[in-house]
Design a binder for this molecule. Structure first.
Ligand SMILES: [Zn+2]
Length: 396
């Protein structure tokens, strides 16, 4: 059957947050709609907020100038407070009760593109508010809205990635920034055999770029040669490229020469453990080589990031990092003892782009230093990371 993106709805789900309609949840107490409101956000974004009595389980459907939020097991409310702000892309909002499914249908003033996952979040109750489903979007041309990635709302319990989506001419090409740590006058850590972190990670970064390009992504390297870049410049680069994902590659060193294995980190202002804190300090120290521009950028970015965005970016980063750890485990790449994903205040991760910092292994360990230098092991790492990108759910 020939379908076009214009005549079909795209039904997708934010799978991490969708509760499957299992027999048990059918008997769960229904959710109740409380209010609907819209507003304008910086950058001309339209924000739609749907407030409900309990955590919403939802999918989105798009059609021409129509955005439908399907809330499962939810009762509508005829007199729900609906506040429509001026100047947004939403003209009108209707509620349609379809059995236990509530459809909140927004009539738009223009077409929109597929809504990026990081533009959707569920907020926990606070103060006078109950649960809120918050969706941000801008005017577009329908890019990324195609039937190839449609998934059933009832079976989506796991992130669903449809490979055809990546080659489809109408789907959005996702942008990935690969950051090879250190460089130039900053060698990073150095193994006993003299292997420098900056060299290993650049080699892996280039291989990863090649692989991801072949898989249909648009990729950029923060550095493609032996050059020194400030941490802030790396984060800023990802911002400027409007990256969907940021992957920073590093290798580790530990006073204990027995310590080995990879570890994956996401940004948190509070470190998950002392070791993670120390590692962040040593990675952040790269900037102390000269500049102090980082502090300022970091402050600017933090001001620019609303707490909503921070929340969404952190959630997506965590999702990617967990998937990456799984992919590395599946490839039988040795993991450092302890949790597979940790958190620490890494300067390079301070941006609005979801991402993770991967310590590929320990150069301080003799056998791992040898591995990290070898093409075969670098390819193994690249394969595992590329798979983690493929299985990351970019869109909703
Ligand atoms: Zn490093």
């Amino acid at each position: 059957m020939k379908v076009t993106r214009r005549n079909f709805l795209k039904t997708v789900s934010f799978s991490a947050l969708v509760v499957a309609l299992t027999p048990r949840s059918v008997f769960a107490a229904p959710n109740n709609l409380r209010s609907i409101r819209t507003g304008l956000q910086p950058g001309g974004k339209t924000r739609l907020v749907i407030e409900t009595s309990s955590r919403p389980s939802y999918t989105l459907s798009y059609a021409d100038k129509q955005l439908v939020v399907n809330l499962s097991n939810t009762n509508g409310k005829a007199d729900a407070q609906t506040k429509l702000a001026n100047g947004t892309l939403i003209k009108r909002i209707a509620q349609i009760q379809d059995g236990s499914l509530l459809k909140v249908s927004a009539t738009l003033t223009s077409m929109i593109d597929a809504i990026d996952k990081k533009q959707i979040m569920i907020l926990e109750p606070n103060g006078d508010n109950e649960y809120r489903l918050v969706i941000d979007f801008v005017a577009g041309t329908g890019i990324g809205i195609n039937t190839a990635s449609a998934v059933s709302t009832k079976t989506a319990t796991k992130p669903v990635v449809n490979n055809t989506q990546k080659t489809s001419s109408v789907s959005k090409q996702h942008i990935i920034v690969i950051d090879a740590g250190h460089g130039g006058k900053d060698p990073g850590c150095i193994g006993k055999g003299g292997t420098q972190e900056k060299t290993v990670v650049l080699s892996v970064a280039k291989k990863l770029k090649k692989k991801l390009d072949a898989n249909g992504y648009k990729t950029y390297l923060t550095r493609s040669g032996d050059t020194y870049l400030k941490l802030a410049e790396r984060a800023e680069f990802a911002e400027k490229k409007h990256a969907d994902l940021f992957i920073s590659l590093h290798a580790n060193a530990n006073p204990s020469r027995d310590m080995k294995g990879f570890s994956i980190y996401t940004l948190s202002e509070k470190a998950s453990d002392e070791e993670a804190q120390k590692l962040a300090e040593s990675e952040n120290a790269a900037d102390k080589i000269d500049v102090n521009g980082f502090e300022q950028f970091s402050k600017d970015i933090r001001v620019a990031l609303s707490s909503l965005q921070q929340h969404a970016v952190a959630e997506l980063s965590e999702e990617y990092a967990n998937g990456c750890a799984k992919s590395m485990n599946r490839a039988s790449i040795e993991q450092q003892k302890g949790p597979s994903v940790r958190h620490a205040p890494f300067a390079v991760l301070r941006s609005t782009v979801p991402g993770a910092l991967i310590e590929l292994g320990h150069l301080s360990n003799k056998s791992e230093e040898k591995l990290l230098k070898s093409d075969a092991h670098q390819n193994k790492l690249v394969d595992a990371i590329a798979k983690s990108v493929n299985s990351y759910d970019f869109d909703v």
